[in-house]
Every structure is written in structure tokens, then in C-alpha cells.
Design a protein around this ligand. Sequence first.
Ligand code: UD1
Ligand code: MG
Length: 454
Amino acid sequence: MQSDERPCALVILAAGQGTRMNSDLPKVLHPLGGAPLVVHAMDAGAALAAERTVVVVGHGGALVEKAVRAHDEDAICVTQSEQLGTGHAVLQAAPALDGFEGDVIVLYGDTPFICEDTLARMLAARADHDIVVLGFEAAEPGRYGRLVMEGDRLARIVEAKDATPDELAITLCNSGLMAADATTLIALLAKVGNDNASGEYYLTDVPAIAATKGLTATAVTCDEAETLGINTRAELAGAEALFQRRKRAEVLDGGVTMTAPDTVFFAYDSWIGRDVVIEPHVVFGPGVTVENEATIRAFSHLEGCHLGARTIVGPYARLRPGAELGNDARIGNFVEVKAAEIGEGAKVNHLSYIGDAEIGEGSNIGAGTITCNYDGVFKHRTTVGRDVFIGSNTMLVAPVTVGNGAMTGSGSVITRDVPAGDMALGRAKQVNKTGLGARLMARLRAMKAEKKGQ
Ligand code: UD1
Ligand code: MG
């Protein structure tokens, strides 16, 4: 009937409250691998290059919309003000699908593990059937909808609440995902009533209604783990563990060495190159990319940053958003970098804060150096040129620029620009008092002896 080359749209249901999360945050905004659950659902369809993505929001709608649009500014959010059922929810997407000709896939915002390949298989099955439902063999069918099959045809879906004992014995269950021609689906949904045990408009009534119109439905199956939905904090924690296991396996497969992978935590978008070494207890927040042959040493925390090839970071380093490390750069222990470019081969090896700054190629930032970027109201930039030597414990009071090849004396407070090639000393001048050290020490020792004798 249809080819799988047709345009496709996603409709993601995300209006539910998620009562069992016991949270003020809408369920679909709880993070998994550093991204809201709803973003995982949106990304499941990324390879299909969906022409439209429509997210049905309700509880916490404004917040959900913000997260959705932050991830994809072209996504359309429609509001379902009363949660009258999954069928009613999909119908809310009708105006947003106006003028769209192609297939629509319905997904749930709280079901983050759906594989791209599964969605592709659903669309491919559309070649022979009008409606394609994603099913799975459930270990415990419980309250899932049951798929009533007649050969390869899906006759109907029956909700557990409405099922007969015979139907309850069926173990092939409904994941909730459905694919159909957009116009057909909307037309069928308009016929769905709410005369059932929950008094809701069920999306699951669609296959049976389709049959009355001479249309056919079928089921494509996937592994139960893929359809895992999240309803409680315990399930969220379980899903995070599963996410991390998969991501670690993917990273190892990509040619990365991890001595203790179970202690390394990734984000959904972590990108790690070949022959990178990650030591134990490293945490990746969102937005980290690491080029080949970099080494990330133990107990480092990275988010929103880029590590060039052969960089060495940590142990105990903190890279915050906007940290950009050039090839062969080094960031050592107890160093924090934020919104700063560290040039090729530059080194910040010990106990420093580098924020809102640019450090040129080959420069060396001495231990304890701090960019004083914040005046209590505004943030200011520090620019350090190429091959600069910043002495230990230098305070770079921004805005300030240190020119190429310049030096600062350790302990300096640099408040004015330093021209290229100069040496800046911004500290009290040292005086030596001849013999005073020895005399003072002798006096203190005598005082101590006198005290003991008392
Ligand atoms: C649904 C299916 C069931 C399937 C199960 C899989 C129906 C009638 N039943 O049941 O066959 O086995 O999912 O998990 O579809 N939502 C809205 N608006 C609403 C109602 C729901 O946006 O008015 C959203 C929810 O936020 C959730 C999803 O749709 O993300 C599913 O709703 P839920 O109430 O969990 O459906 P189930 O009863 O689990
Ligand atoms: Mg559910």
C-alpha cells in the first residue's frame, strides 16, 4: 500500500502528570543521562528526519514546552488541557498536522529506550497494513493492553481493565506506539468513544475501528526492555542504570579504554573519540566531546566542554560549560575551567580557576592562578597571549590582557594590561633584614623554655 519513503511526523504524548513520581517537576522532564525523558523520545525518531514533531503537553505544559523547544526549536507543542485518554491526546495534534501528508508515529514521552531501527521497521510494515502497532512479549502482562492477533493481522487491542480472562491470558502486549497515515489516523480517532472501564478515549480502539472500514492493522514486535516506561523514581533509577550500561558498552566498542567502566557516568550526547583513556570515577554532564587519544584522569567532572586530541585532564579536574581545550593542552588537579579557550599545548596544571578567558598556545599558567572574572555584578574577560608564563598565584583581575611572550611574577595581582614580552610584577617589594631571622628564632625558643620551667 504505502512505501516507507513517505514523509513522517512524530506525535509524542507528554500530557500526563506522573503522580507516582511524587514530584513538582512534570514526569517527562526528569532527566535520564542528562536529558529530559521527553528529549529521548524526540531523539528516537531523529534518524527518520521527521518532517514535524508534535508534542502533546498538559501538566506543567509551559515547562515541558520550554524543554522541548530548547532541544528542537521547530517542534510544535499542543495542549491537552484535560487528560481524557491517549486517543483524545493524539487528536489534539490534528491542527498541528494540518496539511501534512505522510505517516505519523505516536510515541510516549516517558518511554525513552525506543530504537530508531524499531521505528523504521514500523514504517516498513506500513507497506502492507494501514495501522502498525508496536508490541512486545511481556514477562508480566499485568495492566498492559493485549494484542488480539488473527494471523499477522491485529484484530483489536483490549485494555486489561476491559479484558475477559481469555484475553488476559495473552502475553503479546501493547507498547503504546502506533504508526499510520496521518489523515487516516485522525479520521479514525474521531470515531473513538469513551464507553469503557476508564471512561477514557483510547488510542487502542483504532485497530478495531479500522477493521470496520476495511482497513488492516498489524503488530511489529520489539524487546520488552525497549518499551520500558518510567512511572516512579525507582524506575527512573533503574532506567539510568540501564542507560549507563548501554552507553559504556557503546563507548568501549568505539575504542575507548576504561579501567573501571562501572564508575564512569555518561550523558546522552557524550562523544568520545578513539584511543581515549578514561580513568575511574569520571562524570560527564551533557555536551561533552573528546577527541582521539585524550586522557581523562580519575575523579574529574566535565560538562559542556570540548577536549582536543591528546589532551590530559585531571585527576580531580572540573571542566564547566564553554571550556574548549586545544590539542595537547593539559588541565591538572583541582583546576576549574569555565567559558575559556585553552590554546594548543597550553598548561594549567595545579589549583587554578580559569573563567571567561582565552589562554594562547603554549602558555603556562602557574599553580594557584585565578582569573578574577566577577566584580559582584558583571563578568569580565581575561586574555592571555601565546607562550606566556603566568607565575604561581597570580590574580588576573579582569578585564585584562597579557601579551604574547610576557611573564608575571608569582603572587602578582595584575590589574593592568601587560604588553607583549614584558614582565609584570604586582606585589610588595621584598626586603631582607640582615640576621633578623636567626635572632628572632633564638628569642622565641628562649621564651618557650622559660614557660616550660614555670
Ligand atoms: C497505555 C495503553 C496500553 C499500553 C500501555 C503501555 C491506552 C488506552 N492504553 O496504557 O494499551 O499497554 O499504555 O504503557 O492507550 N497521556 C496523555 N494524555 C492522556 C492520557 C495519557 O498525554 O489523556 C500520555 C501519558 O502521559 C503517557 C501516555 O500517554 O505518557 C500513556 O498514558 P497512560 O495513562 O500511562 O496509559 P496506560 O494506562 O499505561
Ligand atoms: Mg502507562
